[in-house]
Design a protein. Sequence first.
Length: 386
Amino acid sequence: MVPITKPASSTTKAVQEVRHLAMPIVAMGVIIAILYFGRVFFITAMAAVTIAFILEPFVGLLMRLRLPRSVASFVVCTMALLFLYVIAMGAYSQLTNLYADLPRYGQTIADIVDGVQQRLQNLEAQTFKMLVPTRQRQEEEERQKLAAKKSRSSKAQAPAPVAPPSGTATQPQRSPIEDYITARLSSFYQILLMASFVPFLVYFMLSWRDHINRSFLQLFQGEARVVAARSLQGIAEMVRAFVVGNFLLGLLLAMLSSLMFWKIGLPYPLLVGPLSGLMSLVPYIGLPLALIPPLFAALSPNAVTVYALVVVSVSLLHLFALNLLYPKLVGSRVHLNPLVVTFSLMLWGFLWDAPGLLLAIPLTAGLKAVCDNVKELRPIGKFLGD
């Protein structure tokens, strides 16, 4: 006897549809929460992956000289640490000199602010004379004089402040910087702790790269393994093109900026030049960020010609790098449309702050590489593409 199946009611179908739509939303919310609350861990891991992609070509070069991968990775990591040590010592010497000149910079900033305030007051006074009739202006001046007399008389009649008892000691007020450091001391400790793992992560990622790739592909079977291999290769190509290209472009911009600022006569060109060149690589807001360090350094000469030369030179270098060097060094492998790039910068900037802005494009490009190789996700890849 064949059992008779009853058709599902409309309520059951609606519940199933709602459950089918709710599961991806809940999963996405859980993933976003994990990325947000575990941002220190994920930023550390992504920073190690980024550095490993930058150093991988040098490891391959040493392997062509018949060196084992472990030895080549150790040599490259050691040279990278020495390179960072030399840069840190140079930056420390420049920062020491800058710290000694901070009072002079502060006085220059105060003079500029006072000059701007004086000009605004003069402009306000001229506007007041032009718009307000003479009689109303005289009445306004008389009211101001009466108000000034009342304030002086009230100050003269005010009781003297009561001195605190001799037994109570006044607590010194802390500066806002000290309050900020104290409030975020635990966060700084976490950042330093995670940063100490970066050299070891980079070394193991370089020395165990082949083993990690083979072990990862063993997790899949049949056609899924082919898809995983293609996705992994696509992610590696996109991220390598973006990371290595931006690293070379940033290095070139740092050298050119330092040379330009030295020719202009700007103080601390070896510190201001690399900062300006690297900040120029930040998407969308790279130009205003690149102008901040040289304009601050230009406060020492405090000349209009120096300010104009800084703005013109940084703008021309930024436009040259963005329109000519960026397409050639980074290439056309990162196929992302501008709308997706903007939303990815907003999302990763919200989740991971400043590091999220730097990692937004390679993360989104890696996601697109996965979507392009998985048949069910290809419509999402087309949506992300240009």
